[in-house]
Design a protein around this ligand. Structure first.
Ligand code: PAN
Ligand code: ZN
Length: 189
């Protein structure tokens, strides 16, 4: 029996982990995620750009295993709202995750079931601990791709349903060239 360790190469510009499948999310996949519905429809009429990709390494099955993934979120906005990931809870709610910023500039929007919100910076030299029972979304507030590594329990699973139904309570928009977080209910396009 040898030690079942392995190493991955991160191809930073392509956001790809060696040997791992790449999932691509286009603007059309993000229907319902952006606050300004008219701006979303207008953007889709001019094209269907790639917003982000995720390259994930799944561990062998078994208790205590970890998965990891590199996400690459492109810069851009729909109306005033920065490009973002769908966001999710983990299907196994207690599963936490560690995000490590690799390049670019952005934020992580966190929300729990009682509706509390945190907004934390994600960029090179920043590590964000996402506790269990916390929905998480990545937001690119910069002008370059935001690249990050997420490490999470192999049995965490992704539950997109709650966010697809209610979205996050807050939106992060550009105001006077800077990111500002406002309540979704107060958002006026
Ligand atoms: C990340 C995310 C990645 C893409 O690897 O899956 O940022 O975001 P969505 O999954 O919300 O589209 C992670 O949090 N994994 O658990
Ligand atoms: Zn996650």
């Amino acid at each position: 029996m040898s030690i079942p360790a392995f190493a991955s190469d991160i191809e930073l510009t392509a956001g790809v982990l060696s040997g791992a499948p790449l999932t691509r999310r286009y603007l059309s996949d993000l229907r319902g995620s952006f606050a300004d519905l008219a701006a979303y429809e207008r953007a889709l009429q001019t094209g269907n750009p790639l917003l982000y990709s995720v390259s994930a390494v799944d561990a062998p099955q078994g208790d205590g295993q970890l998965n990891y993934a590199v996400g690459t979120l492109l810069p851009g906005r729909v109306g005033p709202e920065y490009y973002l990931t769908k966001g999710h809870y983990h299907a196994r709610r207690e599963a936490a995750e560690v995000y490590i910023g690799l390049s670019g500039e952005g934020l992580m929007l966190l929300e729990n079931e009682p509706g509390e919100t945190r907004l934390l910076p994600l960029q090179s030299q920043k590590i964000v601990y996402v506790p269990g029972h916390t929905a998480h979304r990545t937001i690119n507030t910069g002008t370059a791709p935001l690249v990050y590594l997420g490490v999470y329990p192999a049995d965490a699973g992704h539950d997109y349903g709650a966010i697809a139904r209610n979205n996050f309570r807050h939106v992060v928009v550009e105001q006077n060239g800077k990111p500002v977080m406002i309540e979704r209910a107060a958002f006026k396009p």
